[in-house]
Ligand binder design. Structure first.
Ligand SMILES: *[C@@H]1O[C@H](CO)[C@@H](O)[C@H](O)[C@H]1NC(C)=O
Ligand SMILES: *[C@@H]1O[C@H](CO)[C@@H](O)[C@H](O)[C@H]1NC(C)=O
Ligand SMILES: *[C@@H]1O[C@H](CO)[C@@H](O)[C@H](O)[C@H]1NC(C)=O
Ligand SMILES: [Zn+2]
Length: 312
């Protein structure tokens, strides 16, 4: 990583600037080999997806994106859902601090953060719901609209929300495979979807989310990245939403190659988040240096799939 190389040169030149060089030492030593290799795998996945954009909300994407019968996102309609009695989502290590620094990247399609293991070396994971196993958290990213449009991917009862956050998890069954490789299997991935509603002013603290959103002005150009340091755990991303009520169904990745490998869990409760924070997303730029806005895929046909709803 050039970031690290740059860091070393910087240190040599400015050994006397103790505080600054200390920050570099931290970045240098704390990005573990495992995290670096996860970052590489994530970058490889982006490259494998090829060139695509949101000019037509994904209607011009090809392959499985065009031919698939279990595609995402969809409209989640209560009246069409099976109200089922299933376990709640169980969160393991969601409250454990992660190894930091974390790297936040503008990959031209979203702001993406690969999630490292916790400081104890375990992974944040989920089970329960209709999940076919235990799934470990791999990365988090967002979908958004613009100053005058909402940009969630799923809709709930015909309503689109301002932002949708995706926390991508991989089945522990495929521990030896990358996220891309696991996406070849129908039970490979599980994504948690969280809707955000823009509010004129802060309602609660959202300490973890603010760390991510406050870093967005540092990743405006395509392929830029920044690090987030200090205390951070995956649970903080969920704010204070109620996780006991959710829609769940079998679907796909919402970006090329749209692999049909995802057990979706979309929470009904919506996270209230300040509009001033959400607006930071609209400034990011894509690979053409155009504003990265309306980064959501068109709603897909349900095609006789069962949508389940867990009610409290
Ligand atoms: C972060 O940016 C630096 C400098 O442009 C680059 O060398 C490095 O590969 C980037 N890292 C990631 C994970 O994108
Ligand atoms: C996964 O990797 C471990 C260690 O590299 C190896 O012992 C194990 O056999 C592998 N499992 C599978 C299913 O390939
Ligand atoms: C639709 O799903 C139902 C119940 O799962 C099944 O009985 C029916 O055959 C399916 N219809 C089609 C056209 O796939
Ligand atoms: Zn997504």
């Amino acid at each position: 990583m050039n970031l690290l190389k740059h860091c070393k040169d910087f240190r040599l030149m400015h050994l006397h600037l103790l505080a600054l060089s200390f920050a570099c030492v931290l970045a240098d030593f704390e990005l573990t080999a495992e995290y670096l290799s996860d970052l590489k795998a994530d970058e490889a996945l982006e490259i494998a997806a090829g060139e695509y954009n949101y000019d037509n909300q994904g209607n011009d994407w090809t392959g499985t994106c065009a031919s698939g019968q279990k595609q995402s996102p969809i409209d989640l309609i209560y009246d069409d859902a099976d109200v089922v009695s299933i376990p709640r989502i169980r969160f393991q290590n969601y409250n454990q601090q992660l190894q930091t620094p974390l790297v936040l990247v503008n990959n031209g399609h979203t702001a993406n953060m690969v999630l490292p293991p916790t400081r104890r070396g375990e992974r944040a994971s989920i089970s329960g719901g209709l999940l076919p196993g235990v799934f470990e958290a791999q990365s988090v990213h967002f979908h958004w609209g613009s100053a005058n449009s909402k940009g969630s991917e799923h809709a709930i009862n015909f309503e689109r929300y301002d932002v949708e956050m995706h926390i991508v998890h991989k089945n522990t069954r495929y521990a030896n495979l990358s996220v891309g490789e696991a996406s070849a299997f129908s039970d490979g991935l599980a994504v948690l979807g969280v809707m955000f509603r823009a509010r004129p002013r802060p309602i609660s603290q959202h300490y973890g989310l603010n760390k991510v959103f406050n870093a967005l002005p540092r990743i405006i150009p395509y392929q830029s990245n920044t690090t987030i340091t200090g205390m951070f755990n995956v649970g903080q991303l969920l704010g204070n939403i109620v996780t006991g009520e959710f829609y769940t169904y079998q679907g796909s990745l919402t970006t090329p190659d749209c692999a049909e490998s995802v057990t979706w869990t979309v929470f009904k409760d919506v996270l209230d988040y300040p509009n001033a924070q959400i607006a930071k997303l609209w400034n990011l730029q894509d690979s053409r240096s155009r504003p990265l806005i309306n980064t959501y895929r068109e709603l897909q046909d349900i095609n006789n799939r069962t949508i389940s709803f867990r009610q409290l």
